[in-house]
Design a protein around this ligand. Structure first.
Ligand code: ADP
Ligand code: ASP
Ligand code: MG
Length: 413
């Protein structure tokens, strides 16, 4: 007898029919002799609609109240899922994140899980119930409801799988698995049979929405195998697992482009020690994640610093940048939110050279200007004009031969 966590995303529980179909899958897993924990997202576009509603009320909603509002989407889904399972004649009980002891920090709308007291879940599993947990939410130390950031239900599922030592965590979604690029943007993208934690972590952090990046951090740390698959059919999905030998042979495994960032430049900062520390200390105090940073060569003792932040934090970051400008006697703050981050990822990059050159050449051929570049051991990212995002993605996808990636090892379900 195993313990399996099954997560169903928004599209997979969008209406009564889909909830019933998900319930059938869950009970099949239960009938096979497993204990089952189910994590569900809000139905369909519910979270977007709730955000829109809040924005109709005010353009600066309190983040605490935003979490109170957004968490309701998942609460609707868990109750309906429990009812659907009951209707099939099986025992099931639903819980909010707070009710099953998912304790987070207090950074509303992007909270991180601190600990989970899973006693209640264990008790219900031992009683024979299918346990249904609302994804994307927890409570902080003062019992305020928090949410984990967009796409955070994946993290709820994987965190529960980790803490309870689940045998597997299934992520049911609206695509057949993880592809070499978002199949909505690249029609020739190919499904991967397997991908390493490190590669999907990079892809997810760089904007491949298919998995919440925090979820992969948990899975990697606790070595939980994740299986991403379609909730609409039975085709083989993608196994996310530890790196295995033959993976290094594939230089680039995937490509992604995101329009989630904005670029800020603080111009003409006196080029003396300690300035960067001051700038990024102020930004960090606001809990804003800075991604790329460049400083140009100083001219007459002054330099420009450019950095990217999540677009959703732009307003906040600009207010901080204006303050920094005054404090540091800089001359100007510029920004651009019409940028895109194009990235290629692959663990094979560690042992193969020429990847950057190939990426830059194809962008040159496409006459697409590169505004910023950043690299790590297994990824290369370029900031480009948002208008070229999809064209650039398709071009790099093709040049790295991703249309033809072959995966020899079949994944067993
Ligand atoms: P869910 O609601 O099930 O969590 P999401 O919308 O969060 O689903 O994630 C699934 C979507 O991720 C897909 O519909 C697809 O458009 C997108 N996506 C982006 N990059 C990839 C990729 N490399 N492989 C598969 N899907 C991707
Ligand atoms: N409902 C939340 C969102 O739309 C969380 C999730 O679906 O994972 O972002
Ligand atoms: Mg998702």
């Amino acid at each position: 007898m195993g313990l399996i966590v099954q997560k169903f995303g928004g599209t997979s529980v969008a209406n009564a029919e889909r909830i019933k179909a998900a319930a059938r899958r869950i009970t099949e897993t239960y009938d096979a002799g497993n204990k089952v924990i189910v994590v569900v997202s809000a139905r369909g576009q519910t979270t977007d609609e709730l955000i829109e509603l809040a924005n109709e009320i005010t353009d600066k909603p309190s983040t605490r109240e935003m979490d109170m509002l957004l968490s309701t989407g998942e609460q609707v889904s868990i109750a309906l899922m429990a009812m659907a399972i009951h209707a099939l004649g099986y025992p099931a009980i639903s819980f909010t994140g707070g009710q099953v002891g998912i304790v987070t920090d207090s950074f509303h709308t992007k909270a991180r899980i601190r600990n989970i007291n899973a006693d209640r879940i264990r008790k219900e599993l031992d009683n024979g119930s299918i346990v249904i947990v609302a994804g994307f939410q927890g409570i902080d130390a003062n019992e305020n409801i928090t949410t984990l950031g967009r796409g955070g239900s994946d993290t709820t599922a994987v965190a529960l799988a980790s803490i309870l030592h689940a045998d597997r965590c299934d992520i049911f979604t609206d695509v057949d698995g993880i592809y070499t690029a978002d199949p909505r943007k690249v029609p020739n993208a190919r499904k991967l049979n397997k991908i390493s934690y490190d590669e999907i972590l990079e892809l997810a952090s760089l904007g491949a929405q298919v998995m919440h990046s925090r979820s992969i951090e948990f899975a990697k740390k606790y070595n939980v195998p994740l299986y991403v698959r379609s909730s609409f059919n039975n085709s083989e999905g993608t196994l996310i697992c530890k790196e295995i030998d033959d993976m290094e042979n594939i230089v680039v495994s995937g490509a992604t482009v995101s329009k989630n960032d904005a670029k800020i430049t603080i111009r003409s900062i006196p080029d003396v020690p300690g300035q960067a520390a001051k700038i990024f200390h102020e930004i960090a105090k606001k809990n804003i994640n800075v991604d790329m940073i460049i400083q140009n060569a100083s001219v007459e003792g002054r330099a420009d610093v450019t950095f990217t932040v999540p677009r959703s934090d732009l307003k906040n970051a600009l207010e901080t940048a204006e303050k920094i400008k005054k404090d540091l006697w800089a001359t100007e703050v510029l920004y651009d939110e019409k940028i895109a981050k194009l990235s290629v990822v692959g663990i094979g990059m560690r042992s193969h050279c020429g990847v950057a050159e190939k990426m830059f050449s194809i962008l040159a051929e496409e006459k697409i200007n590169i505004q910023m570049i950043s690299t790590s051991e297994i990824k290369i990212s370029c900031i480009i004009d948002e208008a070229h995002a999809e064209r650039a993605l398709n071009a790099v996808h093709k040049i790295f031969g991703l249309n033809h990636v072959k995966n020899e090892v079949a994944v067993k379900t």
